[in-house]
Design a binder for this molecule. Structure first.
Ligand code: FE2
Length: 313
């Protein structure tokens, strides 16, 4: 067979301190829909046929528990597992059947060199119908991962998981696994954390309707609305109740094998930062703090201190 490779981004799995409060945000504000629940866990879908796009699990600390990717079939899963193992990646178990409440299928978990937990699966169930509503997110379209060693991380996604390099800026490497310009970007940071997750809106009107709903629900836009340089996607960033940065985005460039990527120097010369429209301005110190993962950790610490006080420790 050809080199085994990941062919899509499925979902993100988040540890959240308050399951019901978090679920309320993702249902009512972010406009996802319940698929299944199991004990301390809820899975929610977007409007595409993907089984779910977010998994919320109640945990003492908020954290990113996994990014889930798809591979074409079970043979690709076995081949990716063997390849990752041969190349020294950290893997707990052999591929196996996945829980029915998550759509079933077959897959395994692997940890990236910098410590990001990933899950790769095939044969996960899809919904029979998509939902027709342009004000709601269709799918999870990219994640940006903070890394202390982005060269190593990018090499892992390209050499082990079969991603293709799309572009680099001085801050980030963009890699793709489907026609979207990027499904993953690796950002220079202090270590393994989630910079942000992005959900695709069907078009700009849908993005503005969605962003309006989020604002009306009391969540101010953190950064945007604007249009990025690499990938050219329209962006609007928010902070959700746990401190994760979450994005509505649309119109990311669709690229093929003939796409020619550029390095940070080239992008610096294009004058497309921080926004092609010159609308969004530079990200504020608070935005940078939230994207670095620092805000989430501060909030975790604050909650731990409150809990310790309540318990009289
Ligand atoms: Fe983004």
């Amino acid at each position: 067979m050809n080199q085994p490779r990941i062919d899509g981004l499925r979902s993100i799995e988040l540890g959240v301190r308050d399951l019901q409060k978090s679920a309320d945000f993702y249902r009512r504000v972010w406009a996802l829909e319940d698929v299944s629940a199991d004990g301390d866990t809820i899975h929610l879908r977007g409007t595409s046929r993907d089984h779910h796009v977010v998994t919320l699990r109640e945990r003492p600390r908020a954290s990113m528990l996994a990014v889930h990717f798809s591979a074409p079939d079970r043979a690709a899963i076995d081949a990716l597992h063997a390849k990752a193992k041969a190349m020294g990646a950290m893997i707990d178990d052999a591929p196996s059947a996945l829980p029915k409440s998550e759509g079933g299928g077959y897959g395994f978990r692997v940890t990236s060199p910098d410590g990001h937990p990933l899950c790769i699966s095939a044969d996960v169930a899809q919904h029979a119908e998509a939902i027709d509503d342009r004000s709601r997110p269709t799918k999870l379209t990219h994640v940006v991962l903070n890394s202390a060693e982005i060269e190593k991380q990018t090499a892992f996604f390209v050499d082990v998981l079969g991603f293709k390099w799309s572009d680099s800026t001085v801050m980030m490497d963009f890699v793709r696994c489907c026609s979207d310009h990027h499904s993953v970007a690796i950002a220079r940071g202090n270590g393994p954390s989630l910079n942000h997750m992005a959900y695709e809106m069907p078009n700009i009107d849908g993005l503005m309707r969605g962003a309006g709903r989020v604002r009306k629900s009391g969540y101010e836009i953190l950064w945007g609305v604007g249009r990025h340089g690499p990938g050219s996607n329209v962006f609007s960033y928010f902070v959700e109740p746990n401190g994760f940065v979450t994005e509505y985005t649309t119109e990311v460039d669709q690229v093929g094998d003939n796409y020619v990527g550029h390095d940070g120097k080239w992008w610096m010369e294009q004058n497309v930062f921080p926004c092609r429209w010159n609308m969004a301005g530079v990200p504020s110190p608070f935005t940078r703090k939230a994207m670095s993962g620092e805000l989430l950790e501060e909030e975790n610490k604050r909650c731990e201190e409150i809990m310790a006080q309540a318990l009289g420790r």
